[in-house]
Ligand binder design. Structure first.
Ligand code: G3H
Ligand code: ZN
Length: 278
Protein backbone atom coordinates (compact mmCIF):
# COMPACT_ATOMS: atom_id res chain seq x y z
CA UNK A 1 0.00 0.00 0.00
CA UNK A 2 1.50 3.42 -0.85
CA UNK A 3 2.47 5.74 2.00
CA UNK A 4 -0.72 7.29 3.39
CA UNK A 5 -1.10 10.86 4.62
CA UNK A 6 -1.95 11.96 8.13
CA UNK A 7 -4.75 14.13 6.75
CA UNK A 8 -6.42 11.19 4.99
CA UNK A 9 -6.09 8.84 7.97
CA UNK A 10 -7.50 11.42 10.38
CA UNK A 11 -10.35 12.37 8.03
CA UNK A 12 -11.38 8.73 7.46
CA UNK A 13 -11.24 7.54 11.09
CA UNK A 14 -14.63 7.16 12.78
CA UNK A 15 -12.96 7.16 16.22
CA UNK A 16 -9.47 8.02 17.40
CA UNK A 17 -6.21 7.42 15.54
CA UNK A 18 -2.99 6.34 17.29
CA UNK A 19 0.20 8.21 16.44
CA UNK A 20 3.20 6.39 17.90
CA UNK A 21 6.63 7.93 18.42
CA UNK A 22 9.41 5.76 17.06
CA UNK A 23 13.04 5.88 18.13
CA UNK A 24 14.51 2.66 16.74
CA UNK A 25 13.79 0.48 13.75
CA UNK A 26 12.22 -2.02 16.16
CA UNK A 27 9.70 0.60 17.31
CA UNK A 28 8.61 1.20 13.72
CA UNK A 29 8.45 -2.52 12.93
CA UNK A 30 6.36 -3.13 16.05
CA UNK A 31 3.89 -0.35 15.28
CA UNK A 32 3.37 -1.47 11.70
CA UNK A 33 3.03 -5.13 12.77
CA UNK A 34 0.44 -4.13 15.39
CA UNK A 35 -1.56 -2.04 12.91
CA UNK A 36 -1.57 -4.91 10.43
CA UNK A 37 -2.62 -7.36 13.15
CA UNK A 38 -5.64 -5.29 14.19
CA UNK A 39 -6.38 -4.01 10.66
CA UNK A 40 -6.29 -0.30 11.57
CA UNK A 41 -4.46 2.70 10.08
CA UNK A 42 -1.66 4.26 12.11
CA UNK A 43 0.68 7.26 12.15
CA UNK A 44 4.41 6.80 12.71
CA UNK A 45 5.98 9.83 14.39
CA UNK A 46 9.62 10.88 14.47
CA UNK A 47 10.26 13.71 16.91
CA UNK A 48 12.94 16.38 16.86
CA UNK A 49 14.30 14.68 19.99
CA UNK A 50 14.45 11.33 18.17
CA UNK A 51 16.34 12.94 15.27
CA UNK A 52 18.75 14.41 17.83
CA UNK A 53 19.23 10.91 19.29
CA UNK A 54 19.91 9.58 15.77
CA UNK A 55 23.10 11.68 15.77
CA UNK A 56 21.21 14.73 14.59
CA UNK A 57 20.02 13.09 11.38
CA UNK A 58 16.35 12.86 10.49
CA UNK A 59 16.68 11.02 7.22
CA UNK A 60 17.89 7.52 8.26
CA UNK A 61 14.99 6.79 10.62
CA UNK A 62 12.48 8.55 8.37
CA UNK A 63 13.56 6.50 5.35
CA UNK A 64 13.36 3.24 7.33
CA UNK A 65 9.93 4.13 8.73
CA UNK A 66 8.78 5.22 5.29
CA UNK A 67 9.86 1.91 3.74
CA UNK A 68 7.93 -0.04 6.39
CA UNK A 69 4.92 2.21 5.90
CA UNK A 70 4.96 1.81 2.15
CA UNK A 71 5.07 -2.00 2.46
CA UNK A 72 2.28 -2.17 5.06
CA UNK A 73 -1.05 -3.86 4.46
CA UNK A 74 -2.88 -0.97 6.20
CA UNK A 75 -2.60 2.83 5.69
CA UNK A 76 0.47 4.21 7.50
CA UNK A 77 1.55 7.87 7.45
CA UNK A 78 4.71 9.62 8.64
CA UNK A 79 4.52 12.63 10.98
CA UNK A 80 7.38 14.85 12.18
CA UNK A 81 6.71 15.58 15.85
CA UNK A 82 7.49 18.44 18.27
CA UNK A 83 9.55 20.52 15.86
CA UNK A 84 11.00 23.70 17.33
CA UNK A 85 13.79 24.15 14.78
CA UNK A 86 12.89 25.79 11.47
CA UNK A 87 15.77 24.03 9.67
CA UNK A 88 14.33 20.64 10.68
CA UNK A 89 10.83 21.78 9.70
CA UNK A 90 12.05 22.43 6.19
CA UNK A 91 13.51 18.91 5.92
CA UNK A 92 10.03 17.41 6.37
CA UNK A 93 8.93 17.88 2.78
CA UNK A 94 11.90 16.04 1.30
CA UNK A 95 11.85 13.15 3.81
CA UNK A 96 8.45 11.53 3.23
CA UNK A 97 6.49 13.24 6.02
CA UNK A 98 2.93 14.28 5.21
CA UNK A 99 2.50 16.25 8.43
CA UNK A 100 4.40 18.16 11.07
CA UNK A 101 3.70 19.23 14.64
CA UNK A 102 5.30 22.65 15.06
CA UNK A 103 5.80 23.35 18.74
CA UNK A 104 6.05 26.97 19.81
CA UNK A 105 3.90 26.27 22.88
CA UNK A 106 6.60 27.39 25.29
CA UNK A 107 6.59 30.86 23.74
CA UNK A 108 4.26 33.66 24.87
CA UNK A 109 0.89 33.58 23.05
CA UNK A 110 1.68 36.28 20.45
CA UNK A 111 5.04 34.69 19.60
CA UNK A 112 3.41 31.25 19.36
CA UNK A 113 0.83 32.71 16.93
CA UNK A 114 3.46 34.42 14.74
CA UNK A 115 5.81 31.43 14.57
CA UNK A 116 2.99 28.92 14.03
CA UNK A 117 1.36 31.05 11.31
CA UNK A 118 4.65 31.21 9.39
CA UNK A 119 5.16 27.45 9.83
CA UNK A 120 1.60 26.71 8.63
CA UNK A 121 2.05 28.90 5.55
CA UNK A 122 5.27 27.12 4.69
CA UNK A 123 3.69 23.71 5.34
CA UNK A 124 0.70 24.41 3.11
CA UNK A 125 2.90 25.71 0.29
CA UNK A 126 4.71 22.38 0.51
CA UNK A 127 1.65 20.14 0.73
CA UNK A 128 1.99 19.34 4.43
CA UNK A 129 -0.63 19.22 7.22
CA UNK A 130 0.39 21.28 10.23
CA UNK A 131 -0.41 20.60 13.88
CA UNK A 132 0.42 23.14 16.60
CA UNK A 133 0.05 23.32 20.36
CA UNK A 134 -1.62 25.81 22.64
CA UNK A 135 -1.60 25.54 26.43
CA UNK A 136 1.64 23.67 26.80
CA UNK A 137 1.24 19.96 27.66
CA UNK A 138 3.86 19.50 30.39
CA UNK A 139 6.49 16.85 30.93
CA UNK A 140 8.70 17.54 27.90
CA UNK A 141 11.44 18.68 30.25
CA UNK A 142 10.77 15.83 32.66
CA UNK A 143 8.58 17.92 34.99
CA UNK A 144 5.00 16.66 34.95
CA UNK A 145 2.47 19.48 34.67
CA UNK A 146 -0.96 17.86 34.31
CA UNK A 147 -2.67 20.98 35.69
CA UNK A 148 -2.27 23.10 32.54
CA UNK A 149 -5.44 23.72 30.49
CA UNK A 150 -6.17 25.15 27.02
CA UNK A 151 -8.85 27.85 26.97
CA UNK A 152 -11.48 27.15 24.23
CA UNK A 153 -11.91 30.84 23.30
CA UNK A 154 -8.18 31.43 23.02
CA UNK A 155 -7.83 28.16 21.06
CA UNK A 156 -10.48 29.25 18.54
CA UNK A 157 -8.68 32.59 18.06
CA UNK A 158 -5.35 30.76 17.73
CA UNK A 159 -6.65 28.38 15.03
CA UNK A 160 -8.20 31.22 13.07
CA UNK A 161 -5.07 33.42 13.36
CA UNK A 162 -2.61 30.68 12.36
CA UNK A 163 -4.52 28.51 9.85
CA UNK A 164 -3.33 25.25 11.46
CA UNK A 165 -4.89 21.91 10.48
CA UNK A 166 -4.97 20.35 13.97
CA UNK A 167 -4.43 21.51 17.53
CA UNK A 168 -2.72 19.82 20.48
CA UNK A 169 -4.54 20.86 23.63
CA UNK A 170 -3.78 20.60 27.34
CA UNK A 171 -6.61 18.72 29.08
CA UNK A 172 -4.88 16.88 31.93
CA UNK A 173 -2.26 14.64 30.33
CA UNK A 174 1.48 15.12 30.69
CA UNK A 175 4.43 13.82 28.68
CA UNK A 176 6.65 10.91 29.68
CA UNK A 177 4.44 9.34 32.35
CA UNK A 178 5.39 5.71 33.02
CA UNK A 179 2.24 4.96 35.00
CA UNK A 180 -1.29 5.35 33.65
CA UNK A 181 -2.88 7.53 36.29
CA UNK A 182 -3.75 10.75 34.41
CA UNK A 183 -7.32 12.03 34.67
CA UNK A 184 -8.59 14.09 31.74
CA UNK A 185 -10.99 17.01 31.74
CA UNK A 186 -13.69 15.50 29.48
CA UNK A 187 -15.95 18.53 29.77
CA UNK A 188 -13.13 20.71 28.46
CA UNK A 189 -12.51 18.27 25.57
CA UNK A 190 -16.19 18.64 24.59
CA UNK A 191 -15.97 22.44 24.83
CA UNK A 192 -12.80 22.49 22.70
CA UNK A 193 -14.40 20.15 20.15
CA UNK A 194 -17.39 22.50 19.91
CA UNK A 195 -15.20 25.62 19.66
CA UNK A 196 -12.67 24.41 17.06
CA UNK A 197 -13.04 23.53 13.38
CA UNK A 198 -9.93 21.29 13.37
CA UNK A 199 -9.10 17.85 14.86
CA UNK A 200 -7.92 17.78 18.48
CA UNK A 201 -4.68 16.06 19.44
CA UNK A 202 -3.92 14.47 22.80
CA UNK A 203 -0.24 14.49 23.74
CA UNK A 204 1.26 12.53 26.61
CA UNK A 205 -1.25 9.73 26.14
CA UNK A 206 0.98 7.04 27.69
CA UNK A 207 -0.09 8.16 31.16
CA UNK A 208 -3.82 7.98 30.35
CA UNK A 209 -5.77 4.82 31.35
CA UNK A 210 -7.76 2.92 28.68
CA UNK A 211 -11.14 4.10 29.88
CA UNK A 212 -10.03 7.73 29.98
CA UNK A 213 -8.75 7.35 26.41
CA UNK A 214 -12.10 5.91 25.27
CA UNK A 215 -13.97 8.76 26.94
CA UNK A 216 -11.60 11.33 25.41
CA UNK A 217 -12.30 9.95 21.93
CA UNK A 218 -16.03 9.91 22.65
CA UNK A 219 -15.79 13.58 23.69
CA UNK A 220 -14.03 14.51 20.43
CA UNK A 221 -10.30 13.80 20.72
CA UNK A 222 -8.97 12.50 17.38
CA UNK A 223 -5.18 11.99 17.19
CA UNK A 224 -3.77 10.15 20.20
CA UNK A 225 0.02 10.60 20.57
CA UNK A 226 1.83 7.77 22.36
CA UNK A 227 5.54 7.42 22.97
CA UNK A 228 6.55 6.41 26.48
CA UNK A 229 4.21 3.38 26.60
CA UNK A 230 6.29 1.73 23.87
CA UNK A 231 9.52 2.58 25.70
CA UNK A 232 8.16 1.07 28.91
CA UNK A 233 7.27 -2.14 27.01
CA UNK A 234 10.73 -2.14 25.35
CA UNK A 235 12.66 -1.67 28.60
CA UNK A 236 10.64 -4.17 30.61
CA UNK A 237 11.08 -6.81 27.89
CA UNK A 238 14.84 -6.27 27.73
CA UNK A 239 15.05 -6.51 31.54
CA UNK A 240 13.10 -9.80 31.44
CA UNK A 241 15.38 -11.09 28.70
CA UNK A 242 18.49 -10.41 30.79
CA UNK A 243 16.88 -11.93 33.88
CA UNK A 244 16.07 -15.10 31.97
CA UNK A 245 19.39 -15.27 30.09
CA UNK A 246 22.11 -13.04 31.55
CA UNK A 247 24.81 -14.21 29.11
CA UNK A 248 25.04 -13.89 25.32
CA UNK A 249 26.43 -11.08 23.17
CA UNK A 250 23.88 -11.19 20.36
CA UNK A 251 21.48 -8.24 20.80
CA UNK A 252 18.85 -9.80 18.55
CA UNK A 253 17.03 -11.94 21.16
CA UNK A 254 16.80 -8.85 23.42
CA UNK A 255 15.55 -6.63 20.61
CA UNK A 256 13.14 -9.29 19.37
CA UNK A 257 11.54 -9.48 22.84
CA UNK A 258 11.35 -5.69 22.95
CA UNK A 259 9.74 -5.60 19.50
CA UNK A 260 7.19 -8.27 20.49
CA UNK A 261 6.31 -6.39 23.68
CA UNK A 262 5.90 -3.10 21.79
CA UNK A 263 3.71 -4.85 19.21
CA UNK A 264 1.40 -6.10 21.98
CA UNK A 265 1.24 -2.66 23.60
CA UNK A 266 0.57 -0.89 20.30
CA UNK A 267 -2.12 -3.38 19.22
CA UNK A 268 -3.92 -2.89 22.53
CA UNK A 269 -3.84 0.91 22.24
CA UNK A 270 -4.90 0.88 18.58
CA UNK A 271 -8.00 -1.14 19.50
CA UNK A 272 -8.70 1.00 22.56
CA UNK A 273 -8.89 4.34 20.72
CA UNK A 274 -10.46 3.12 17.47
CA UNK A 275 -14.02 2.97 18.84
CA UNK A 276 -16.12 5.76 17.33
CA UNK A 277 -17.97 8.19 19.59
CA UNK A 278 -21.36 6.74 20.61
O1 G3H B 1 4.18 13.79 20.91
C1 G3H B 1 4.35 12.74 21.54
C2 G3H B 1 3.46 12.34 22.59
O2 G3H B 1 2.87 13.41 23.19
C3 G3H B 1 3.94 11.22 23.43
O3 G3H B 1 3.82 11.41 24.82
O4 G3H B 1 5.51 9.77 25.52
O5 G3H B 1 3.95 10.73 27.14
O6 G3H B 1 3.10 9.15 25.43
P1 G3H B 1 4.10 10.18 25.79
ZN1 ZN C 1 3.85 15.36 22.61
Amino acid sequence: MPLATTASIVAAAPGGVCAFNVITLEHAEAVVAAAERVGLPVILQVSENAARFRLGRLRPLAVAAGALAADAAVPVALHLDHVTDDVLLRQAAETGFSSVMYDASQDPYEVNVARTKAAAEWAHENGLWLEAELGEVGGKDGAHAPGVRTDPGEAAAFVSATGVDALAVAVGSSHAMTTRVARLDHGLIGALRAALPVPLVLHGSSGVPDDELRQAVAAGMKKINIGTALNVAFTEAVKRSFAEKPSGADPRPRLASARDAMTEAAAHLLRTVAAPPA
